[in-house]
Design a protein around this ligand. Sequence first.
Ligand code: SAH
Ligand code: SF4
Length: 410
Amino acid sequence: MTEPTAPIAPDTLALPRRDADTGTRVNLVGLTRDALREVLIAAGTPEKQAKMRVGQLWQWIYQKGLRDFAAMTNLSKAYRAMLAEHFEIRVPELVTRQVSADGTRKYLVRIAGGHEVEIVYIPEEDRGTLCVSSQVGCTLTCSFCHTGTQKLVRNLSAGEIVGQIMLARDDLDDWVRAGEGMGERPRLVSNIVLMGMGEPLYNFDAVRDAMKIAMDGEGISLSRRRITLSTSGVVPEIARAGEEIGCMLAISFHATTDAVRDKLVPINRRWNIEALLEALRAYPKLSNSERITFEYIMLDGVNDTDEDARRLVRLIGGIPAKINLIPFNEWPGAPYKRSKPERIRAFANIIYKAGYASPIRTPRGEDIMAACGQLKSATERARKSRARIEAEAGLGELRIGGYATGAGGE
Ligand code: SAH
Ligand code: SF4
């Protein structure tokens, strides 16, 4: 392993995760089964009933989308009053919602401390994928990623991660309605990808707790196979993710030599390609997942030659894999260009001929800056315009509309 030539996370202010209290009441969203059981007992629930109460509350909160204890009709009036006195069901606050011409939705939400993160909903014919964030900003500094240029970083709490899913389901009217059975209507949020802002494996505990709720049959109830965690390659946490979360895994691979990967994904200087591949060979056995997704961003003249494609195939030999080719999404001031379409096709063809699925990802929501890796700029622009308009008009609060980006090219 070579010594890093530059700090991997320069100038970054990492704040501890914090779930602000709006008052004295404890937010139940994001508590694990055990933690919820404990707070219920502490508030006077008899120990023998606590397990059943956890199940009942989870169904109201995560299947029906209730925020008000008074409407939980299978609980006694006295118990509902006790819950309302001690607890609340709180999700992040929606600041803006933008809908792209292609149906993609982007939500800007505010979390404790006034920080903002973005969530993207991508409807497709057979599924609806929600791209959630795990951190405000990111401590890593991948050179092609706009999120990585953001200085301020805070880990999200489990409640803030699950809360993103709940907020999107509110907007899409995706809850089980009164008198309706589970699965009667197709789920609009059918898949979750941890591909928004942040490195999920650097916020392991909160991500794990949130995904356990997403996968639990009394929680959000999504199958393990419909949840994908994307990591830039935090090698020591990969095995743990297999053991403790067990969802599908995606790797931001992006280069086939250490020299190039060091530049694109600086965490490679700490855990190089060989160390990463070793961890990946063990993953499917630990988690029962079928295939690992290798994400490969197509950067003009940087990592997109035929030789790269052949090297990629050789490197991942023996790992059950699919390769997702991502045309680079440009952002203002980005140091790269997207590879030409014919280059991407030639690259895909080599991988396909070697026996791997090699879909080329269609950028979605480019008109609202919702595509992969663009998730910082919108927030910053929103902030800027808010600050400007506030200064001009003395306004306290403001909603922004959509705006054109000039990003993306084709
Ligand atoms: N931190 C995690 C998850 C968030 S990034 C990770 O890096 O895997 C989600 C995906 O978007 C990653 O594969 C990332 O490499 C990719 N991405 C980042 N910036 C991009 C850009 N400008 N264009 C296209 N994809 C980008
Ligand atoms: Fe962080 Fe992922 Fe962006 Fe890299 S690509 S800076 S790890 S969010």
